[in-house]
Design a protein around this ligand. Structure first.
Ligand code: IMP
Ligand code: MG
Length: 178
């Protein structure tokens, strides 16, 4: 079974990721001074990032979770998103920040942001830990970005390869052996 023909190389250290999350938390705390922030986590990938980020925000925070899957093959998202688990709470009049692990083609997020906008939030922003701008197919407006990374398949801090490695405390690149 353990016949892996790949290995994982570190791209961003735990210290780098933690420092960046602290920085984003401080920015959000400043931007939303005097307000309350409602964080919407896109499962499963966004969960590690959202928890760490929430701890770094100093204004009052509420959280909710949703799970989506895109129709189509696993490697190429179609842009039509199926809601697997919807939010528990309405977004009406809330200052919503969607928290994602990574923006790749932008298909999932562009669909999701349009859908959430229709639910009447007071404001709606997008925060992503990682961004692969070179892969973008659909334009998405990202308000808070941790790191822009090159077109490589990454794991860790919520991101998986075949459902594994979400638990890595750093961001690694999956390198396929020749
Ligand atoms: P998009 O619709 O192409 O932007 O899809 C983004 C989703 O694809 C992310 O939320 C991830 O679940 C997944 N994804 C994209 N790139 C990677 C990667 O490098 N590693 C792990 N998952 C990825
Ligand atoms: Mg995701």
């Amino acid at each position: 079974m353990e016949n892996k023909n790949y290995h994982i190389e570190q791209m961003l250290s735990e210290e780098m990721v933690d420092a960046k999350i602290k920085e984003i938390g401080e920015r959000i705390s400043k931007d939303y001074e005097g307000k309350t922030v409602h964080l919407v986590c896109v499962l499963k990938g966004g969960s590690f990032f959202m928890c760490e980020l929430a701890k770094r925000i100093t204004v009052p925070v509420s959280i909710d979770f949703m799970s989506v899957s895109s129709y189509g093959s696993s490697t190429k998202s179609s842009g039509v998103v199926k809601i697997v688990k919807d939010l528990d709470e309405p977004l009406t009049d809330k200052n919503v920040i969607v928290v994602e692990d990574i923006v790749d083609s932008g298909r999932t997020l562009s669909y999701l942001m349009d859908m959430l906008k229709d639910r009447g939030p007071a404001s709606l922003k997008l925060c992503t830990m990682l961004d692969k701008p070179s892969r973008r197919v659909i334009d998405v407006n990202v308000d808070y970005t941790g790191f822009q990374i090159p077109d490589e398949f990454v794991v860790g801090y919520g991101l998986d390869y075949d459902q594994l490695y979400r638990n890595l405390p750093y961001i690694g690149v999956v390198k396929f052996d020749e």
